[in-house]
Design a protein around this ligand. Sequence first.
Ligand SMILES: C[S@@+](CC[C@H](N)C(=O)[O-])C[C@H]1O[C@@H](n2cnc3c(N)ncnc32)[C@H](O)[C@@H]1O
Ligand SMILES: Nc1nc2[nH]cc(C(=O)O)c2c(=O)[nH]1
Ligand code: SF4
Ligand SMILES: [Mg+2]
Length: 214
Amino acid sequence: MVKHLEYTTKERVQLGLSLPVMEAFYTIQGEGAYTGQAAYFIRLAGCDVGCVWCDVKESWEQDKHPVLAVEEIVQNAKKYPGRLAIITGGEPLMHDLGPLTQKLKEEGFHINIETSGAHPLSGELDYITLSPKKFKQPVDEVYAQASEFKVVVYNKADLKWAIELSEKLSENCKLYIQPEWSKRAKITPLLVEFVKSNPEWQLSLQTHKYIDIP
Ligand SMILES: C[S@@+](CC[C@H](N)C(=O)[O-])C[C@H]1O[C@@H](n2cnc3c(N)ncnc32)[C@H](O)[C@@H]1O
Ligand SMILES: Nc1nc2[nH]cc(C(=O)O)c2c(=O)[nH]1
Ligand code: SF4
Ligand SMILES: [Mg+2]
């Protein structure tokens, strides 16, 4: 019998050949060590972490967003002059990032990921931003591989939690604390004092929100 070579959409997503994309846009990285650099953001849909203060809750339900072939995602990225791609979500590690990152690499992209670390790594990633969540904690592999650790601080107790978790990171991982956006007026002054007392940590602000760009 002849084997079917055509995959269903569901099978293509399982293999990472196609991915659900909520949005993709060319902007400036607003957070962390790459702040200020032009970047093409690919926001994959689907998240099972459920942060109460998540600023993109529309991304959570995978089925509400179109599924695109990775070739199409990369063709769209290539329309812009920058060659920094940032894969975010939703939780991008819920998907197999092998085929997408392979195509991006073929086109000369440097690839960063924004992740909660709640699922194992996949694909070829140049820079891993781990932003841990109490709602579903990171797996050990992501702690070990993280380039940058970016803890969103919603209340004062989160600072103690950030220090405890940072024990699991590699020695050269950069450490950031970032105010939760709705609490920024109250929390930012605390974070300034924290960084002054703990200079191995740096302050990350969501600068894109202050200047009202995507
Ligand atoms: C929307 S998440 C998507 C990627 C991944 N799910 C994660 O949480 O890292 C992108 C970044 O925004 C941060 N973030 C989300 N909501 C935020 C908020 N209300 N205030 C500050 N940072 C927030 C996350 O912690 C993460 O670093
Ligand atoms: N400009 C800009 N920078 C960002 N850095 C991380 C973002 C994200 O939502 O993952 C983000 C975003 O949504 N916009
Ligand atoms: S893990 Fe990221 S996308 Fe998912 S709910 Fe938390 S902040 Fe939002
Ligand atoms: Mg964002």
